[in-house]
Design a protein around this ligand. Sequence first.
Ligand code: NAD
Length: 453
Amino acid sequence: MYNDTMADLIQKQKHFYRSGATRPFEYRLRQLKKLREALIANEKQIIEALKMDLNKSEFEAYSTEIGIVYEELSFTIKHLRSWMVPKKAKTALTHFGSKGRIIPEPYGTTLIIAPWNYPFQLAVSPLIGALAAGNTAVMKPSELTPTMSTLLAKILGSVFEEEYVAVIEGGADVSQELLAQPLDYIFFTGSVNVGKIVMQAAAKQLIPLTLELGGKSPCIVHADAPLKLTAQRIVFGKFTNAGQTCIAPDYLLVHRSVKTELITCIQEAIREFYGPDPLSNTSYGRIVSEKHFHRLASFLQHGNVVSGGSTSPDNLTIEPTLLEQVTWDMPVMQEEIFGPILPIMEYDRIQEAVDMINARPKPLALYLFTREPEIEETVVGNVSYGGGCINDTLMHIATPYLPFGGVGESGMGAYHGRGSFDTFTHYKSVLKQTNLFDFTFRYPSSKNGLKYL
Ligand code: NAD
C-alpha cells in the first residue's frame, strides 16, 4: 500500500480516533480481550510461522514470544482501569484556590515498526500498550520474517477494522512512506542505524517516539561467581534464538583467574542444552538470512575459536562458538554480533571491566555474575545501561513489573506493563482556577494583593 492509499489509511485512523470511539475504558478492554481470543485461536499458526521463518522450536516460541505476550495482555487487562484514572495534583501556595489534575490521554494514531528476531512478541507487545492507552495503530512487521508478517496481517485484519488497527507489510521503502505520514507517535524496534533514520524522519514533523535499539551488551563474570550455574545462565541467554536476541550477552568479560574453568563449564552447558552436534539438533535456531549468515561467518576469521566454529550454509546455522584472543579493533568487537558467537575477554580488576564498557556506547543490557555486594555496587553504580540482571541473563525483559528499554545509543523510552501504557500516553496537566477570588498582584496595573469577586 503506497502513497495515496497509505495517506488515506492514516486519515481514516485519525478520523476514527477523533470520533472518541477508542477512549472509553470498556472499548479498550473489549479490544484487548478480542486480541487475546484471536491470538489463542491462532496459536498453532503462530508457532508454525516462527518455525518457518526462524526454525524456532515450540518451546522457544512459547517461552520467548507467545507466553510473554499473553502475560502482557493479562497484566494490562487487570490493571487498565486503575492506569486510566486521572491523578489529582497538589497546587503551590501561589496557586491557592485552584486544583491540579494530570490526565492520561492517548496520542492518537501510532506507528509500530517491528524487527525480525522476535517477530511476534516485538510487534504485538507494543500494540497492547498502544491500544490500552486508547490509540489507533498501524503495524509494520519485518519483511525478513514474511510468514509471521502475513500471519499478523491476517489475524489482526480478522479482529479489527483498519480504521483502528492496520498491518502494512513491506520493507524499508514502505517504512519510510509510513514515517512521512502525519503520525502522533512512533514506536520503533530495530538497529541503531535505522533508529537514526527513524528519528530524523520523526524530527521533520516533531513526532514523539520510542526507540528500542541494540548494541553490544557485556556480561561480566567475577572471580567469586558459581561457575556451573553461571555458565548455564549465559548459554541460555546467548544461544536462545541462535544469539539473535537484542539483549543477548554480546561478549564476556571474565576475571582472569576463572576463565579456563568457566570455558569448560560453558562447553558442558552447550552440550547439555543442544547435544554433541548442535547443527543437527532440529530445535536449534537458524540465522534469519544469508546476508546475516555470511556476516557472522566472517567474524570467525579473527581471534581463536575455542569451541564450536562449524557452519552450515545450506541450513543457515552456526554452531554455538566461543572465541578468545579478540581485540576491540576486530569486526566481532566493533559491531553488535547478533548471532551464536561469544567472544571472551579477561580483566584483573573490576575497574578495568567498568572502564572498558564506559569507553563505548551505552549498552542495552548488562549482566554481572558475582556474590560480592561491593562488586555489584561498583558495576551497577558506575555504568550506564538500559537494564539487566545480576546473576542471570535475559530475564529482566520477561516481567511486566520492570520497564524495558535502552539509553543513549541503545535507545530511548521504555515499555512493558505499566511502562507500555505510559509510553503511549500523553500526561496532560490541567489547572482549574477558582472564580471566587483573584490574586490581582500579578497584573501590571495591580495595587492590591487579593480581590474577592
Ligand atoms: P532493522 O533496523 O534492520 O529493521 C527494523 C525495522 O525497520 C524493520 O521493520 C525494517 O523493515 C525497518 N527498516 C529497515 N531499514 C529501514 C529504513 N532505512 N527506513 C525505515 N525503516 C527501515 O533491524 P532488524 O535487523 O530487523 O533487527 C535487529 C536489530 O534490532 C538489532 O540491532 C537488535 O539489537 C535490535 N533489536 C532491539 C530490540 C529492543 O527491544 N531494544 C529488540 C529486538 C531487536
